[in-house]
Design a protein around this ligand. Structure first.
Ligand SMILES: [Zn+2]
Ligand SMILES: [Zn+2]
Length: 270
């Protein structure tokens, strides 16, 4: 391994509907790879909090990750996290789960526009992708202004499908202003930005976000960046994290961040 500290702070276990493996399997894999730390961040889709059972599954994930933390002591740091989806679409749900569990790390994400299906489910032949992207960034902006999270997950998520799967021809000129506003708001609130490496092993072939956005974040004064593979199975734990660290170096960062009890801890990229 080229880097001294390799940590994966975006992992899904069987407590996520699209995750298949137990937390013990994820942690065993991370320990075998020599990772320094992991954060378990099972899904809690706030807009489906009760209808899809997240009220229970997010609590169960939290308790299990606390157990894994004890079980792996001395071999691997395990942190209890959550991927809080669409918090601004059900603020009461977001508050309820954050009050119920003492998470180390809260990722905020947006998988669907208000009242619409997840971006992976949309039939883009019936949509105006450019307008969807503008709405996506506007709603991410609302999420960032809400602010009760530590790191913003996979900014540019719709591109995984629009570009990766459907090869749509998009113009980014109208979007950079919106991305800038999001980055500035993160900086003002001292929040972290995530480098999500899942796109590297999918058709999209890039991180979310890409180097250009990471550079801009640093230029604007961003200090905290977290890294996550977004693995949904044990074989993907740690995937792409070293590439993510190299990208961060290229963007001018000398450290990356892990959250412990919701406080940022910086680690050298060396
Ligand atoms: Zn996500
Ligand atoms: Zn995820």
């Amino acid at each position: 391994m080229r880097y001294r500290y390799i940590s994966d702070c975006h992992l899904h276990s069987g407590f996520s509907p699209d995750g298949g493996d137990s937390m013990a399997m994820l942690c065993e894999r991370a320990a075998a790879l020599g990772l320094h730390a992991v954060a378990i961040t099972d899904h809690c889709e706030c807009n489906e909090y009760d209808s899809a059972g997240y009220r229970e599954s997010a609590r169960a994930s939290y308790l299990e990750s606390k157990r894994a933390c004890v079980q792996f002591q001395g071999r691997l740091q395990v942190y209890a996290g959550i991927e809080l989806g669409q918090a601004t679409q059900n603020l009461a749900a977001a508050q309820d789960i954050l009050d119920a569990c003492d998470f180390d790390f809260v990722l905020a994400s947006l998988h669907n526009l208000a009242g619409r299906p997840d971006f992976w489910e949309l039939d883009y032949r019936d949509e105006d992708p450019q307008a969807l992207l503008e709405q996506y960034f506007d709603q991410v902006q609302e999420l960032v202004e809400w602010g009760n999270f530590d790191s913003l997950a996979h900014l540019t998520y719709p591109l995984r499908y629009m570009v990766g799967e459907h090869r749509l021809d998009l113009s980014f000129e109208s979007l950079y202003g919106r991305i800038d506003t999001i980055l500035r708001t993160l900086v003002m609130q001292d929040k972290a930005l995530e480098v999500n490496t899942s796109g590297l092993r999918q058709k999209y072939g890039r991180t979310m976000p890409t180097l250009k956005v990471l550079r801009r974040f640093r230029e604007l004064g961003g200090r905290f960046v977290t890294l996550g593979s977004d693995a949904h199975r044990w074989a993907d734990v740690g995937a792409g994290i070293e590439s993510g660290l190299s990208l961060l170096r290229e963007a001018g960062f000398h450290t990356f961040t892990i959250f412990v009890k919701r406080e940022p801890k910086q680690f050298p990229i060396e």
